[in-house]
Design a protein around this ligand. Structure first.
Ligand code: ATP
Ligand code: MG
Length: 397
């Protein structure tokens, strides 16, 4: 009885109404399957929760679930017989480490079945008397206890839990909500992708590289960042699109000041074609209003003009500090700040347009064979399949 063998995975209240609940649970089970396989676990469906049975250590369980959206908390459960002596013993084992901690505690009992002669308040009182008698030197606080010890009784026996680890919350990622993340090697786009994963998006990464103007190290960085995002899915496909000809042609044919906006419009076109192919539903960018000259509201409007998919920009209102905090939390920051030249001076005009106009862009684009350029770029696309560390392709997607 030294460590728990069952963990309660709590859903929270979101998306639990009606038919959605079954879909939600299926999505969650799909995403945790490879993770629990790694810790030799088994899940059981319960009401508004899943039970995970495993002999792995609590640390390993926590680690395995640390990249799962859709779980708000995990409680390690100690199971014992529906017998007062057994319950008291477990209660003491759980509370003893805190006996001089200065925290407040409470005992909360709930009987799912009436298989005990005692009522819930009687169970609470007896257990409290027992732990206090054993030397638990803590005040009781029935409403806001730091250490609420829960005792539930059902046909299988008694279940006790003291802690609930806070988890990511959100909704489970699901392949039917596939979205294309325009990912570059910077800080912003991986955070944007992770925020959408939190709302259930299953990401496909899309990176535009421009060899030899952008170095191989820049691509490696993007792959590493995509690997961080893959931890939150069971598999992530990264499309690496060769944009060299597109960039060279824009540079040769169009007004230098328009390079950034024109190249972004080309990226949107290519990304939309990839969404057609993978049946995606939206595009995601790391754009943030006013962060750089190209991210004015005028340019953002021009960049998304004609895009047949919704363009989601979860960072639009954030400031850099908030974005960095999220980047650190998801484990991307150290990779993102690694120097690697990801944009060539050749394609960054000194004086970029800050107030592009759609009609001007159409005029510039009339000089380009858009379909041919996009078609050839897509033909030169490499698809890199990335898996979380619990790699098991058989269980993916
Ligand atoms: P990031 O930190 O994500 O690199 P940024 O602050 O450097 O963003 P921009 O370079 O203006 O901003 O890019 C805005 C967004 O356009 C990026 O967040 C990304 O979604 C997309 N993007 C830019 N360059 C590329 C690229 N080479 N490949 C894919 N997406 C790109
Ligand atoms: Mg960038």
């Amino acid at each position: 009885m030294l460590k728990p063998d069952t963990y309660m995975l709590r859903f929270g209240e979101l998306a639990l109404k009606g038919k959605n609940q079954k879909l939600f649970v299926d999505d969650l089970i799909r995403i945790i399957k490879p993770r629990i396989k790694k810790i030799d676990g088994r899940v059981e469906k319960g009401h508004k929760r899943l039970l995970l049975h495993t002999d792995a250590s609590p640390e390993d369980v926590r680690e395995a679930m640390s990249t799962v959206f859709g779980i708000v908390g995990i409680s390690p459960i100690w199971r014992t017989k529906a017998d007062m002596a057994a319950i008291k013993e477990v209660a003491w084992t759980l509370l003893e480490p805190y006996k001089d901690s200065g925290k407040t505690f409470a005992i909360r009992a709930k009987r799912g079945v009436k298989n005990m002669p005692l009522t819930s308040p009687e169970i609470q009182r007896q257990v409290a008397d027992h732990v206090l008698g054993n030397g638990l030197d803590l005040p009781v606080d029935l409403k806001h206890a730091d250490l609420p010890l829960h005792i539930s009784l059902d046909v299988k026996g008694a279940w006790l839990h003291l802690e609930t680890w806070k988890c990511l919350g959100g909704l489970p990622v699901r392949p039917r909500d596939r979205m294309g993340l325009l990912i570059s090697g910077g800080i912003d786009s991986p955070v944007a992708g992770n925020l959408m994963q939190k709302r259930g998006a299953w990401l496909t990464g899309i990176y535009f590289h421009t060899p030899p103007y952008t170095v191989e190290a820049a691509k490696d960085k993007v792959i590493e960042l995509a690997e961080v995002l893959a931890r939150y899915q069971n598999k992530l496909n990264l499309f690496v699109v060769n944009f060299t000809e597109v960039m060279q042609t824009i540079r040769a044919e169009c007004a230098p000041a328009a390079t950034v906006v024109l190249s972004r419009r080309m990226m949107m076109r290519a990304a939309s074609r990839i969404m057609d192919r993978v049946r995606g539903k939206a595009l995601i960018t790391g754009e943030c209003l006013g962060q750089v000259a190209s991210q004015t509201i005028e340019n953002i409007g021009v960049i998304e003009e004609g895009v047949p998919y919704p363009v989601l920009r979860p960072l639009i209102s954030m400031d850099k500090r908030e974005i960095i905090t999220l980047s650190e939390r998801m484990g991307a920051y150290d990779i993102s700040i690694r120097p690697a030249q990801d944009c060539c001076a050749l394609f960054s005009p000194k004086d970029p347009l800050t107030k592009a106009r759609v009609s001007d862009m159409h005029e510039q684009e009339a000089r380009l064979d858009i379909d041919g350029l996009i078609g050839r770029a897509l033909d030169l696309t490499e698809i890199i399949e990335l898996y979380p560390p619990c790699k098991d392709p058989a269980l993916s997607e």
